[in-house]
Ligand binder design. Sequence first.
Ligand code: SF4
Length: 497
Amino acid sequence: MMSNHHGREFIGFTATSPPMFLPEFIWTYICCPKPRVDKLGRPREAPYGLRKIEASLIESGFKASIIDPDYVFKYLKKAKAVLIGHHDFFAYGPPSSEWWLITGKVPVNRRLFTKFMNKLSSYKKKYGFKILVGGPAAWQWQWESDKIDLWGVDTVVDGEADIAIKKLAQKILDSEPLPKYIYIGVYDSPKVNQIPVIKGASVNGLVEIMRGCPRGCSFCSVTLRPLRHIPLEVIEKEIEVNTASGVTSGIFHSEDVLLYGTSDVIPSEEPLRKLHEMSARHLKSIAWAHVSLAAVVVAERQGRILSKITDIIYSKLDQDYIGVEVGIESGSPKLAEKIMPGKSAPFPPSKYPEIVEEAFSIMHEHKIVPAATFILNMPGETPEDVVKTIELIERLRSYRSIIVPMIFVPLGRLKGARDVVAKVRITREHVEAMKAALDHSLIWSERIINEFYLKEREALALRLFLKYFMKIVRWKANSLYRSLEDFVEKEFVIAKL
Ligand code: SF4
């Protein structure tokens, strides 16, 4: 996680897969090169969540600093506590769990984290500092609770820790006992004015513009958080922190960037315009973390908001496309109604596939390049639902995009199998959906690289490498399709090691 992925957030997605067609050291260099650090081992850019925790502690008078994992050991003799954030400690999140299920190989993020923790716990026995873990993957510790004692983890913090971390830090300094587990729910989540401004640059200039999501999908934990909009002046301050460190690109983080500044699911032009005009005064380029497909359609149908915003981006910033992640999730209106009735709002779930198609067409026209995901094996899914998803993917063929399948992995200790935490049966329809997505993405990834990606001179080597890699994948496509066939009606398991 302590990498800027060559300044291309999207490359980071490959960092959890096993090395493909390449030795591991080249693969990890491509996916997650080591960060630039100063002589104290402080990375120039650090994950945004850690930056927030660091800022909370500094503002309350604690001496806190983010240190690259390679350098952290030299501080342990004097440190009172090591706080570790991660979005996928044990590789149970997507897409690590998919790689794990399909290849049977332990994902690289799990291997590296285990190695780090084994070493850290041996230092803890010597020096006695506290270990606190948290971040979006805090839930994973319930499936690996034995590791809490094994590694001497003192507290697992689950939820937004901007406020809670200060109380925990004070307890540590006062030598008071720490709780083993803290859950920060909706009512304890920080209010906008309690969220600190970062003190150092974030990876690839990511800045939060909103927290929470109003759509309420049943499979998503973000929906458990209250919706908050970060004021424009606070976003500007964080962008200035990034540019002061030489990070001149930005990523607006939100579950739905187009809903910035609005209290419902209808995009509003003014806050979006102000946000983008402000960013153009400071940055060379921006990306959006996520948008919902329904918001894309509403934004364009009502007052051509999307056209106006992309006009600002392409005329005032130094870029000719914008990247974003989107979640299709399913092409089945029936399944959408059951598990994500708010995803299509203000349109009814029965219209969801048409909304997805219209949104892709609008994004294509406005050079917004989506990396889209859909989810297989959702609770309540039928083969007919998956067929609807396949049909939708086929209808999206003419729109510039990458489409990636995710497999819903229901975690939980299985009866009679002490160490098996997940079991998934892959159906014929799942395999057909994966093939449709692979087909789509193979066609479009080469075109996207040719048209837009890594055009700067200093990125030439990476660009040539990616093109070469795509050629190998194309060349191997038939054997990839054949190996997908081997999955049909097979059961895959994730077993703890
Ligand atoms: S729209 Fe996205 S972020 Fe919001 S609840 Fe649904 S899946 Fe979660």
